[in-house]
Design a protein around this ligand. Structure first.
Ligand SMILES: [Zn+2]
Length: 476
């Protein structure tokens, strides 16, 4: 009996070994032909770049119709939501069940609009999608049409693979991001929340940084600063310029701007920036790494922050609230002392900082009763950072280990703002990826001249997004 069972067991093992894989088993990321997908994605991107969606006026509906055609060929229905004439977004959904469950859904978000160009400064036509010198040239290739197409490729691949999903996956291509999102993400969130409601989101905002020819780290944006414009007003006595006055508004404004522009604001490392520097220390030059590791030590924090801030202005802005004077206005005639002079400061506050309190702090720095400081505009919505101890974050880490082995995943708090702020206030856990590996020089072309996406970066970028998504949404 015992022997008989053993024989049967061996036979079963043998049968399993020689049995062909069942044809019903859905493929995994390991069986996706990423090389082929990269070629398709390059075509999709070229078509999208050739649609001029400079905002203003935006013209995103042309982009939405283009994406709807691509999805339709894959048998995926989509909906175009018009938020203003010629403006809007495209939404499509892969459902996990009969009823949408927004408390679990994953949103793949990218924006179709782009910032303007000065064509005379470009070596290729900015809406040509020309491929030359190993790159695709064009406004939007990096921000944000490239990442949007990486989302599209992941979405389409999920559909083609026929995976059973543990949550709905929503693809959203929106607009008006570059002008603040009033008729983009804000309009969608306020008027069409049922179509896009999700618990998790992948959006722009991160970066995969290449140094010395290899990916150094994968930065995942998990929080962002708030952008606020403050108006500084100096008042004084007006008069003839031939009789100089001590309370000259121009002089008082200039002194205030000098103080605020050079103000070394207090260091306030956040949970995210501490995690960022801790991780970065493992791959950074040991001299600097030593200071990154003591940012959490109160006695050495200020000194460490000073050294890191001097080494890199981006690090400086991650560690504190910042003030950049950007506009000065005074005077109407060369021989008239004006009674008023004004300036605009662009301020980026860390999450949780109070705009009114920061205005009071600035007034203390200026210490001049002739100066008034008011909020001129809230450019972005204050939002809490996203938690990083989540399965979704771990899916990014897992995917990154396969695609960019040896490069750590670091959480970022970006000084710039994205559509994610509007979602984070609605309790959506948002992570910003910059899936395409880029050098700092390439990354700096975002919003600048000669924006381009290196062709070799396309495959790893789409692979990172697909592997992340598949790991997170695949039902067991
Ligand atoms: Zn963008």
């Amino acid at each position: 009996m015992l022997l008989g069972r053993r024989v049967l067991f061996l036979f079963l093992i043998l049968a399993l070994c020689v049995a062909p894989a069942t044809s019903q088993a859905p493929p995994t990321a390991g069986s996706v032909d990423f090389e082929k997908l990269a070629i398709e994605s390059t075509d999709w991107l070229a078509g999208l770049v050739r649609i001029n969606t400079t905002n203003p006026p935006g013209n995103e509906l042309a982009g939405a119709r283009y994406l709807a055609d691509i999805l339709q060929k894959e048998g995926i229905p989509s909906e175009i939501v018009e938020t203003a004439p010629g403006r809007g977004a495209l939404v499509a959904r892969l459902s996990a069940g009969a009823f949408p469950d927004p408390s679990r859904a994953l949103l793949l978000l990218g924006h179709m609009d782009v910032v303007g160009v000065d064509p005379s400064k470009w070596s290729h036509e900015p809406f040509s999608a020309d491929v030359a010198d190993g790159a695709m040239w064009g406004r939007g290739t990096l921000d944000d049409k490239g990442p949007l197409v990486a989302n599209l490729a992941a979405f389409i691949t999920l559909k083609r693979a026929g995976l059973r999903l543990n949550r709905d996956v929503i693809f959203l291509a929106d607009g008006d991001e570059e002008q603040g999102g009033d008729i983009g993400i804000r309009a969608l969130a306020e008027k069409h929340w049922d179509k896009i409601a999700a618990a998790f989101c992948i959006n722009e905002g991160g970066s995969t940084v290449v140094q010395d020819g290899k990916p150094r780290y994968v930065g995942v944006q998990a929080g962002e600063k708030v952008s606020i414009n403050y108006r500084v007003t100096a008042t004084g006595t007006s008069g003839h310029a031939s009789v100089p006055l001590k309370d000259n508004a121009v002089v008082h404004l200039a002194a205030a701007i000098e103080k605020l522009g050079n103000w070394e604001t207090p260091v306030k490392p956040t949970v995210l920036s501490k995690r960022y520097f801790e991780g970065l220390a493992d791959v950074e030059d040991p001299e600097l790494a030593k200071w990154m590791r003591v940012l959490d030590t109160p006695e050495r924090q200020d000194h460490a922050a000073r050294i890191l801030s001097a080494a890199n202005p981006v690090w400086s802005s991650m560690l504190r609230n910042t003030v950049s004077p950007t506009i000065l206005q005074a005077g109407i005639r060369a021989n008239v002392i004006p009674s008023e002079a004004r300036a605009i400061l662009n301020v980026r506050l860390l999450p949780g900082e109070l705009p009114g309190e920061f205005a009071d702090d600035m007034l203390k720095v200026v210490a001049d009763p002739q100066i008034r400081i008011d909020i001129d505009a809230m450019n972005s919505r204050p939002s809490p950072p996203s938690e990083i101890d989540t399965d979704f974050y771990r899916s990014i880490v897992k995917a990154s280990r396969v695609v960019f082995p040896g490069a750590p995943v670091l959480p970022l708090m970006s000084p710039g703002f994205t559509d994610s702020a509007e979602l984070r206030v609605r309790n959506v856990t948002c992570y910003g990826l910059g899936p395409f590996p880029l050098t700092e020089e390439e990354e700096a072309r975002v919003h600048g001249d000669n924006e381009r996406l290196p062709i070799v970066s396309i495959r790893p970028g789409i692979e990172l997004v697909y592997r992340t998504v598949e790991d997170f949404v695949r039902a067991p």
